[in-house]
Design a protein around this ligand. Structure first.
Ligand SMILES: [Zn+2]
Length: 194
């Protein structure tokens, strides 16, 4: 059943595998200057996620150009991180979990299985309701979802669109990859005009 919460341990490894894939794509492209990209990963402190996550799960995959005079950092999209601290997966899990509404039991379950605390969940509710619909990313991407209707149905409509049509892990992967452009610098910019 796609609306079931995925088991946490295997889900984190699954997300890491998707991130490694996204990183490989970025590395193959290389730096715009023509230089080669070398690994320059860094640790993130996850916000609203378990502090005991093993180190590989807290590692933001990133690269540096090897050419003198450039040395630019290139950070590929990620399905685990959004901005400085928070895991994108936490949002999606939250979304899936709240299909039947944010009951106290659901909060407890999220908290226990994924370490998302109540304020994190509240923050992400605001993100989906108020911030995400205003992003430049969504204003372009929503054209591909003409049948989704009003933004009132966000983010549930997205979950349905991807997980309703594919086997669970494939659906998760496609949904997370779809959202991954918002995880790089500038990805959450708000577009004022329509
Ligand atoms: Zn370069």
């Amino acid at each position: 059943m796609y609306h079931d919460l995925p088991p946490s341990a295997s889900f984190w490894s699954f997300l890491l595998a998707v991130d490694e894939d996204l990183a490989e794509e970025a590395r193959n492209k290389g730096c715009p200057c023509g230089g080669r990209l070398h690994s320059a990963n860094y640790l993130r402190k996850p916000g609203g996620t378990p502090a005991q996550l093993p180190e590989p799960q807290r590692l933001r995959l990133s690269f540096c150009c090897d050419r003198d005079g450039c040395r630019k950092r290139a950070t590929p999209p990620s399905v685990r991180f959004l901005g400085r601290k928070v895991y994108l997966a936490a949002i999606v899990i939250l979304v899936s979990a709240m299909r039947q509404g944010p009951t106290p039991w659901r909060f407890r379950e999220l908290s226990k299985r994924f370490g998302a605390d109540e304020s994190t969940i509240a923050r992400w509710q605001i993100f989906w309701r108020e911030h995400f619909p205003q992003t430049a990313f969504w204003k372009v991407a929503r054209a591909g979802f003409v049948t989704l209707g009003t933004i009132v149905s966000l983010p549930y409509a997205l979950v349905d669109a991807f997980l309703g049509r594919h086997p669970p892990y494939r659906g998760w992967e496609l949904l997370l990859r779809f959202l991954s452009p918002i995880t790089v610098a500038g990805g959450l910019q708000i577009k004022i005009s329509q």
